[in-house]
Design a protein around this ligand. Structure first.
Ligand SMILES: Cc1ncc(C[n+]2csc(CCOP(=O)(O)OP(=O)(O)O)c2C)c(N)n1
Length: 287
């Protein structure tokens, strides 16, 4: 039987930054020769989350804020998959913030693309945890996901792209996918992806982004220096983009992957080994 899959057209508004994220991801698949059959894209809920409908890969639309534990599970269950999680700033920095902290700490082999538009787009324009970053007169201070990641010793890949800086974004996407393909763990790529309908941050972000890749004095291999630089730029009202920090460390579960006993350990959790219990359990809820 031949299975054909035709991705549908995105439902995003004309001018939405999320088109740029989708384009960069698909271009990176091409550059690295990554096939749909070896790739899984999981998302949260939001305009950002709907990227899952439109990229040719295995997909799973998770609950709002819950994409990271779901993606971690997929990556552990099938280490051969290239697992990508995606969602918005509401998804990752508000309801899912606790999961993000633990994903940073755990270093499971997942690429997480956080599409930051500084607004709740799908629910039509409420303030998000990053809304303050455009200088609105609101009481909350904005969350900086990169600074948060730098403060957690387990992080191995922290980068920020801007869809107006397409070459840099394409390069960061390739580097992030290479990180997970090499089983180095959690790659966090925040993308500044403006929402032209409810909160057009293009002018503000155009004026404030600071390309760290172009700063010859900067090295992305020193966590302390990265932290100092990020906070100093934030103080000046700048938003650092580029490769901000990376480190080589084995991913969560790397010892299982290298250890011959790993298939036995994993098969103990194989649902097929528990078919009867599973059916009995499902029966209880399907009455
Ligand atoms: C548990 C739960 N709480 C709240 C919602 C409502 N909700 C759906 S999307 C969303 C926020 C979307 O904003 P963001 O994650 O930033 O993504 P965007 O739409 O801006 O891309 C909210 C609050 C929900 N679907 N589920």
């Amino acid at each position: 039987m031949t299975i054909t899959y035709t991705p549908t057209n995105p439902v995003w508004c004309s001018g939405c930054g999320h088109y740029g994220v989708k384009g960069a991801l698909e271009r990176a698949f091409d550059v690295l020769g990554i096939q749909p059959c070896e790739t899984m894209l999981l998302t949260g809920i939001g305009c950002s989350g709907s990227i899952q409908n439109n990229v040719n890969a295995y997909g799973y639309h998770s609950m709002h804020g819950r994409v990271l534990p779901t993606a971690t599970g997929a990556s552990i269950a099938n280490p051969d998959l290239t697992v990508i999680a995606a969602g918005g700033d509401g998804d990752g920095y508000a309801i899912g913030a606790g999961h993000l902290v633990h994903a940073f700490k755990r270093n499971a082999n997942v690429l997480y693309i956080l599409m930051n538009n500084a607004v709740y787009g799908l629910t039509k324009g409420q303030d998000s945890p990053t809304s303050g970053s455009f200088g609105q007169a609101i009481a909350d201070a904005p969350i900086d996901g990169i600074a948060m990641g730098l403060s957690i010793p387990g992080t191995t890949f922290l980068a920020r792209g801007f869809i107006r800086q397409a070459d840099q974004l394409n390069s960061l996407m390739v580097q992030a996918l290479e990180h997970v393909r090499a089983k180095k763990g959690f790659a966090f790529l925040e993308v500044l992806s403006p929402c032209v309908t409810y909160h057009d941050t293009y002018p503000d972000w155009n004026a404030r982004f600071y390309d760290l890749d172009a700063d010859r004095e900067y090295t992305a291999e020193d966590r302390g220096a990265a932290f100092v630089k990020t906070l100093a730029l934030n103080e000046e009202g700048k938003i650092p983009t580029g490769m901000i920090y990376h480190e080589d460390r084995p991913c969560f579960g790397a010892d299982w992957l290298e250890n011959d006993s790993s298939p036995a350990q994993l098969s103990a959790h194989d649902p097929h080994n528990h078919r009867d219990e599973l059916q009995e359990l499902m029966g209880r809820y399907l009455m």
